[in-house]
Design a binder for this molecule. Structure first.
Ligand SMILES: Cc1cc2nc3c(=O)[nH]c(=O)nc-3n(C[C@H](O)[C@H](O)[C@H](O)COP(=O)(O)O)c2cc1C
Length: 210
């Protein structure tokens, strides 16, 4: 059994990556983590080039991921919230899965998926969007977990005075940015526990004996 974790966050090692790892670390079988950070993944161009053979013809970093996705028995998909939606990198990745569903060929049918999502204010939004995509592929949804991540406004250098950023939205005017108010996965033990529980549940569904 093999589980592929994919994080669509462009920031390596931040909350989305960490939440994907929490799930992967609890599965109990062979896992692989792929960060989409820095990868060039174009949106689906609706060229219909994949209709006959289920192989996308766009030449970019999605190509090498194709075989990994097909070889995996389950996917852990992670995405952050950008402007109350999936971030574009994650969306491009998910659009390109379209190559796996044509005519009678649903190459991802029967695979399991755990979804994790993050957001500075509304972390559950990306998970809800990805959940809606899974039925198109007949991927079986195991569960989702959403955790608060640190918006970059906390570290941009202007967070305390900026009237438009997440710091003001969350804490109001005049707040001082200290480590304690910067959202961190480590201070959300319920989310970590939920991610680990989903990892274990996935392992059980895959028949992994620990
Ligand atoms: C361009 C941009 C737009 C964002 N928009 C939202 C938003 O609308 N709602 C929200 O809850 N968080 C928003 N965020 C905050 C991110 O979701 C948050 O920082 C999340 O932790 C990012 O994931 P990461 O920690 O893995 O990088 C935004 C961040 C960026 C960079």
């Amino acid at each position: 059994m093999r589980v592929l974790g994919i994080s669509g966050s462009p920031r390596r090692g931040k909350s989305t990556d960490r939440l994907v790892h929490e799930v992967l670390d609890s599965v109990g079988c062979a896992v692989e983590f792929v960060s989409l950070a820095g990868k060039k993944i174009a949106p689906c161009s609706a060229c219909l080039g994949c209709v006959k053979d289920n192989i996308c013809k766009i030449k970019d970093d999605m190509g090498p991921l194709r075989d990994k996705i097909l070889a995996a028995d389950a996917l852990v998909i992670g995405a952050p919230n950008y402007f109350s939606a999936l971030n574009a990198l994650s969306h491009c990745f998910l659009e390109r899965l379209c190559q796996f569903r044509h005519r009678d060929c649903l190459s991802l049918a029967g695979k399991y998926a755990v979804i994790v999502s993050t957001g500075g204010i509304e972390p559950e939004v990306p998970a809800a969007m990805i959940e809606k995509m899974l039925p198109y592929y007949q991927i079986k949804h195991v569960g989702s977990v959403a955790a608060q991540g640190a918006a970059s406004c906390f570290t941009c250098g202007y967070g305390e005075s900026c009237s438009t950023g997440a710091v003001r939205m969350l804490h109001g005017k005049g707040v001082e940015i200290t480590d304690e108010i910067i959202p961190d996965l480590g201070r959300q033990p319920d989310k970590i526990a939920a991610a680990r529980a989903l990892g274990k549940q996935l392992g059980t569904l895959l028949g992994v004996v620990v």
